[in-house]
Design a protein around this ligand. Sequence first.
Ligand SMILES: C[S@@+](CC[C@H](N)C(=O)[O-])C[C@H]1O[C@@H](n2cnc3c(N)ncnc32)[C@H](O)[C@@H]1O
Length: 240
Amino acid sequence: MHSLSNSIRKRWHSLVANPAAMRKLWAGEYWQKDDDGLRSVSCNHCPRLDRSNKACTISFGTPLRKCVVSSVEAYLNDCNDKQVLEIGYGRFSLGKNLVQRSGGVWSGIEPQQPKGNKPSLGGGGYGHATEILFPDNTFDLIYGVQTMEHWGQKCTGGTRKPSNYEECIAEIYRVLKPGGAIYFDVPMHFHGHEMFIMADFGKIRALFPIAQWQDVVLEKWRYDSSPLERYSPYDKLFPE
Ligand SMILES: C[S@@+](CC[C@H](N)C(=O)[O-])C[C@H]1O[C@@H](n2cnc3c(N)ncnc32)[C@H](O)[C@@H]1O
């Protein structure tokens, strides 16, 4: 999956991503309510399914990354006049491109940036989920792509202690405007904090106290992958 052609297709998709086309593609109800009350996005109902070829129309990445790209398309296509913060942006630019192209202002924090590189509105710089170097009530939307599951771990290079999830969510709440929104996607049964490896949806929901966070929606993508192939956890993770 790390081939040159895969990276070129990934970059190209991000470069040409068109928010208006994505608003149209993702406008309908692409989920179903599951028995556990959560939303389930099955491949069969996903707008990214090419039915005749039984394939995902995201042409790059692992099955996990295809869902990540689809979900980012669905949630970040309409940011007109919004101040938007990305946490743990790494080297994935699709979210940033969609935010900017749909009329929003993108800012980002990343713990692997040098500490002296302070973030400012409209740019990226150092920060992490318990240290967001912006004033209270700054952002309309805060999001993170495949980062939240790592917040409880030591940062690469060993430069930062593991973060406490309650402190992270409180810090995000501090810089979010009243009435603002958040979006985070995480892998399940994969890596990072145990609650994500075990897909403990009760614990994940409990990170967002009801008194502060209204309308919390948990969406499970690709639990039902038919007619596409199943994407199994690493052999090493669950040897049984
Ligand atoms: C798997 S990478 C994902 C990067 C990028 N968002 C993507 O989708 O490719 C996880 C990212 O989370 C960042 N990260 C880890 N712990 C963090 C924390 N406590 N606060 C903010 N970002 C963190 C890492 O530095 C890294 O960039």
